[in-house]
Design a protein around this ligand. Structure first.
Ligand code: GTP
Ligand code: MG
Length: 319
């Protein structure tokens, strides 16, 4: 291995700088873990155990007001000098791709504040769902002393199920209109909610939405989550929401332990999947890449089914 150049700290030095609160070291570390490569893994190993920060997932349909709510929550915690980390997971979809710019503008309110650290991440790991990098990024913010760590994702698919694994508390944000409730139930959004927020409750239909949610959550097996009405743009309902989140951090120690166990399992599975796939596709002799090209030709010209091609590829798997 090459010895580190003077500009590149060892993983141990890098980890120490992050723990000491060096923001640039943190930013560089986030880039490393987002790349999901060996340097990121070395940094995480050097960082050792982390995990006391309360991780709060905020999810819900596009445009429900998640970022506005996050910004308002950040302001509420900052008023008590809490250092807050925010991971905004970029949906990287052509339909919602423009959202990030809006998010950045909303977050500009906190741009000069050392006690707030905001970072956008790509939503998809190599295997879909929440990138493994999101767990790692949350660890880095945690190690750097941010507590809580907020994770915003657009709840449009598997990602919102995953977020409930990455988070200690999952806030599901809905807004009146546009069939949100039906969509939310379809996507399993209601099942993962620890707290339900009806945002934009200055708009018509908020009370109807609250009522619909109330009857929907009564059908859940688990304890019904509290429902909070907010107007994020005016800060209304924010004190109540914040109190609920802080209350969970303080009280639900047993539940948090179970959550964190589930999180560790999901995370290890994701890492195993990734390593196995890497090993498979990047076999030293390049055989798999060649086999893939051949199989693809066969499937494309109709001489082989995809299932047959997969069986042949996996049949040749040695590890
Ligand atoms: N009337 C009203 N508008 C709101 C409220 N909260 C947010 N908005 C507006 O709703 C729009 C969307 O808000 P965002 O915070 O970007 O919503 P989001 O859920 O983060 O959106 P995506 O990240 O694109 O999924 C913005 O124009 C906000 O100003 C609210 O409580 N009432
Ligand atoms: Mg947003």
């Amino acid at each position: 291995m090459d010895s580190p150049s003077p500009k590149q700290p060892s993983p141990e030095q890098h980890a120490a700088a992050i723990r000491a609160g060096d923001r640039r070291a943190l930013a560089r570390g986030l880039t490393l873990v987002e790349n999901e490569g060996a340097d990121g893994a070395a940094l995480l190993a050097a960082l050792g155990s982390v995990g006391s920060a309360h991780r709060v997932g905020i999810t819900g349909p596009p445009g429900a007001g998640k970022s506005t709510l996050v910004s308002a929550l950040v302001a509420a915690w900052r008023a008590d000098s809490r250092d807050v980390g925010v991971l905004a997971v970029d949906p990287s979809s052509p339909f919602t791709g423009g959202a990030l710019l809006g998010d950045r503008i909303r977050m500009l309110a906190h741009a000069d504040d050392e006690g707030v650290f905001i970072r956008s991440l790509a939503s998809r790991g190599a295997f879909g769902g929440l990138a493994a990098g999101v767990y790692d990024a949350a660890d880095l913010l945690d190690a750097a002393g941010f507590d809580p760590v907020l994770i915003e994702t657009v709840g449009v698919g598997q990602a919102e199920i995953e977020i409930s694994r990455a988070a200690d508390t999952t806030i599901v944000v809905l807004a009146p209109g546009s069939g949100d409730v039906v969509q939310g139930m379809k996507a399993g959004l209601l099942e993962i909610a620890d707290v339900l927020v009806v945002n934009q409750s200055d708009r018509e239909g908020a009370d109807a939405l609250v009522a619909a949610l109330q009857s929907a959550v009564e059908l859940r097996d688990a304890v019904a989550p509290p429902i909070v009405k907010t107007v994020a743009t005016r800060g209304e309902g924010l004190a109540e929401l914040r109190a609920l989140v802080d209350g969970r951090a303080a009280a639900a120690a047993g539940e948090l332990t179970a959550r964190r166990l589930a999180r560790a399992r999901a995370r290890i599975r994701a890492a195993v999947d990734r390593r196995r796939a890497d090993a498979f596709w990047n076999a030293a002799d390049g055989a798999q890449a060649q086999a893939l090209s051949e199989a693809a030709r066969g499937v494309a010209d109709g001489s082989t089914s995809a299932a047959e091609a997969v069986a042949r590829l996996l049949g040749g798997e040695s590890a």
